[in-house]
Design a protein around this ligand. Sequence first.
Ligand SMILES: Nc1ncnc2c1ncn2[C@@H]1O[C@H](COP(=O)(O)OP(=O)(O)OP(=O)(O)O)[C@@H](O)[C@H]1O
Length: 490
Amino acid sequence: MSPEKYPPTPILLVDDEAAWLRSLSLTLREATGIDNIIRCSDSRQVMAILRGTEVSLILLDLTMPYFSGTELLQMIGQEYPDIPVIVLSGLNQVETAVRCMQLGAFDYYVKTVEKERLITGIQRAFSMQEMRNENRSLKARFLDDHLAHPDAFAEIMTASKKMRAVFQYCEAVAQSSEPILITGESGVGKELIARAVHRIRCPGGPWVAVNAAGLDDTIFADTLFGHARGAFTGAERDRRGMIEEAAGGTLFLDEIGDLSHVSQVKLLRLLQEGEFFPIGSDTPRKLRAKLVFATNHDLSGKSGSNGFRKDLYYRLNAHQVQIPPLRERFEDLPLLIDHFLSEAAEALGKRSPTPPRELATLLSIYSFPGNIRELRAMIYDAVSRHRSHVLSLDSFKEKIGYSTDLPSPAPDTEIIFPERLPTLEEGRHRLVMEAVRRARGNQTLAAAMLGITRQALAKRLKQFPDATPVSPVRAAGSGRERVLQFFPAH
Ligand SMILES: Nc1ncnc2c1ncn2[C@@H]1O[C@H](COP(=O)(O)OP(=O)(O)OP(=O)(O)O)[C@@H](O)[C@H]1O
């Protein structure tokens, strides 16, 4: 596959001196890898070019025959106000610079400026442009609640509004040249989201995934950057690193929070310079892959002497996609249960069993520290054990530590009472309502939690037709530890 051009939308250089245009193109190519350039030495052509081609940035000379730079700046500002224009002038005059900025120029440089400053200005214009596009795209998506690439998310089962917002954000940032950082607890589906971003951004390109956990510095560098023949004992031939393997596609770097300091520095350099050296080679290679990172650590919290470098964190964090844990989107349970039941039945060569009606409700009292991966494993286990037509709840109850033999809180469970103790009747009322709330209205399950029959629960509920708000219950740590609070009703 031919390497993609950078930036994907060309930049337009306008100057009446063809020699200057050539030398500027060369500088840009060498210093930044920008090779998607349109050169224009006739100021009369500029508006026609803009009508026919989308451009990401214009570098504009001021003194030209036919139309001057300031005239063009006004015309561009009127017709294409979103395209940033950087003025490059031979004149070092404050008034001219001020006039250009008033006319909407993004920046102003004299032609003798050091190339580093010009390049920083260009990069700022790109970032600004990306932010604008992202903003616009997010607004449009949130307003019409529409997904432009629903197929990209096909393998992710969800009915959750929070996940829908995650999908929309992914669509908005997928085309950005900045890296994407996906965060969330272990097993929430970070890799699935990374693949979806890849399908949106470079569907035909390679997908290369590297798990950074446990890689020492040398193996990390060798894996990512590759090596030249003779770089170390045993390096008998050149070997391309994963960054090159992913050119034109996506490099997914998982467990990024586990990187050592030395590896973090190498990664930072790659992000800052957009190029790297294979071990033992002094020829730089361009980074031509989209970078997507994932971690289940809070990298901002890890920043500091023993944790994650702040500068790297800010580079990675340009677009952060935070995936909510399963316990914050239990509305996904029915879909996920069905999905994994069919998947498990197929993998194990069995008929897909019917899930009991109470399964989703039962599971929604558990906090799922291992998230969807844990749910998947539970269902695989239950399917492998099951014999009859309807799946038994027993293996699930065992896994989540739910037992009808122990309906009351464990002896070490702390119960916080208000200053005025609830009466026995009030306390009973609260417990009943809390069980119904946790069981999401499923009376069989609520009755089992309370250690009474369904009929007894129904009778009690009839006594409390005007249900008062249920007492808040904090789940602490795993699904089993709980702190019950009896607050006054009002
Ligand atoms: N919404 C979903 N629909 C279907 N399967 C899912 C969903 N979310 C996660 N899974 C499945 O759950 C498992 C864990 O997902 P994944 O590996 O993407 O999680 P992760 O967040 O990257 O985990 P880790 O942090 O441990 O690397 C995989 O088998 C994945 O296919």
